[in-house]
Design a protein around this ligand. Structure first.
Ligand SMILES: *Cc1c(COP(=O)(O)O)cnc(C)c1O
Length: 360
């Protein structure tokens, strides 16, 4: 068996330890004689898997007791609609900060279900930075403020937590959840598609302050009703059982790494090494303003785009895959989520230096 270093933006690499454990337990989970995939979601085995996963996530993120943790389906993209349906009753006003491709998608969907104001946008600088707190044009009557702390495609991250007063702050953390400690109590809701930093695609995690759950827009589909999902322990219907299980294995793996403070140090080291390599060279460039650079998604361009194909082919030969940038941005993008080991980043940096020496 040979495993590559996979820099995919999503679905992203999973911890090898987690995959190995899933493999060991694939046919017979802990003496049950069956695979987790074959279990009733209401049986005691799966209930214990589900409860342990939630407890471990709560511990890792220090989720306060007055927050519900939901294990949903439909991806982060379904939440783009569910959020206004649940929180913007009577299609009331909502504030959105527009910092990139995922913000834009969230905004487009929210416009169908609420009266959206754009609190700030960085589109005119091609999403290469984040707006300052003082530039946020916030509406005190908004149902909530929505933002994307880490824009996966542009590689832009907020260097600060937006201050929104009494208006709940909602964060699409799909590509940054679990990358380091955060203060959950500052948010009304946090949500994330699992396939970047949690587990396989098909699972979506939502962490919601419980006093916000209740009223919702008339006609909201039951599957989008947070109150229904919370009451049913995310089992109103059949949940994504195997994804939930793998998420649980990932949470245990993160605890073994020392939790989010420890993983954050590793993530900072990985990102610094890669940005330092880019900045030290005239051959590679990253367009994002330094204070807003993402530690999870690192886009970079080559001095000559004609060399992109040769770079990707050489990288692949060196066991470094899925480095092609998003079609909307071009160039390269290295996604270095929790599961990317430091050795993978080092191998990439070594390859980049060698490629520059030969082609620069
Ligand atoms: C990947 C991603 C999404 C989309 O997630 P799906 O689960 O595919 O719907 C949304 N927001 C951000 C920030 C992402 O990185």
């Amino acid at each position: 068996m040979s495993r590559v270093f996979n820099f995919s933006a999503g679905p992203g690499a999973l911890s090898e330890e987690v995959l190995q454990q899933a493999k060991d337990e694939l046919l017979d989970w802990q003496g049950s004689g069956m695979s987790v995939m074959e279990m009733s979601h209401r049986g005691k085995e799966f209930i214990s898997i589900a409860e342990t996963a939630e407890a471990d996530l709560r511990e890792l993120m220090a989720v306060p007791d007055n927050y519900k943790v939901l294990f949903l389906q439909g991806g982060a993209s379904s939440q783009f609609a569910a959020i206004p349906l649940n929180f913007a009753t009577d299609k009331r006003a909502t504030d959105y900060i527009n910092t990139g491709s995922w913000s834009k998608k969230a905004i487009a969907e929210a416009k169908r279900f609420s009266d959206v104001s754009i609190a700030a946008t960085t589109e005119e600088i091609k999403f290469t930075g984040t707006p300052a707190q003082g530039d946020l044009n916030l509406n005190a009557d908004a149902a909530y403020v929505h933002y994307t702390p880490n824009e996966t495609i542009e590689g832009v991250a907020f260097p600060y937590l937006p201050e929104t007063g009494d208006v709940p702050l909602i964060a699409d953390m799909s590509s940054t959840i679990l990358s380091g400690p955060i203060d959950v109590s500052k948010y009304g809701m946090i949500y994330a598609g699992a396939q970047k930093n949690i587990g396989p695609a098909g699972l979506t995690v939502a962490i919601i302050r419980d006093d916000l759950i209740g009223e919702l827009q008339a006609g909201t589909p039951t599957m989008f009703n947070y109150a229904t999902m919370a009451k049913a322990g995310s089992m109103y219907n059949t949940p994504a059982t195997y994804g939930w299980y793998l998420a649980g294995l990932t949470f245990q793996w993160l605890k073994r790494q020392g939790g989010l403070t420890a993983i954050a140090e590793i993530n900072q080291r990985k990102a610094k090494a890669l940005y330092d390599a880019i900045d030290a060279s005239d051959f590679y460039a990253n367009p994002v303003s330094i204070e807003s650079r993402s530690i999870m998604n690192v886009p970079f361009t080559l001095a000559d785009a004609e060399l992109d194909a040769a770079f990707l082919a050489g990288a692949k030969e060196a066991g470094l895959v899925t480095l092609k940038g998003h079609r909307s941005v071009g160039g390269m993008r290295a996604s270095i989520y929790n599961a990317m080991p430091e050795a993978g980043v080092k191998a990439l940096i070594d390859f980049m230096a060698e490629f520059e020496r030969k082609n620069g």
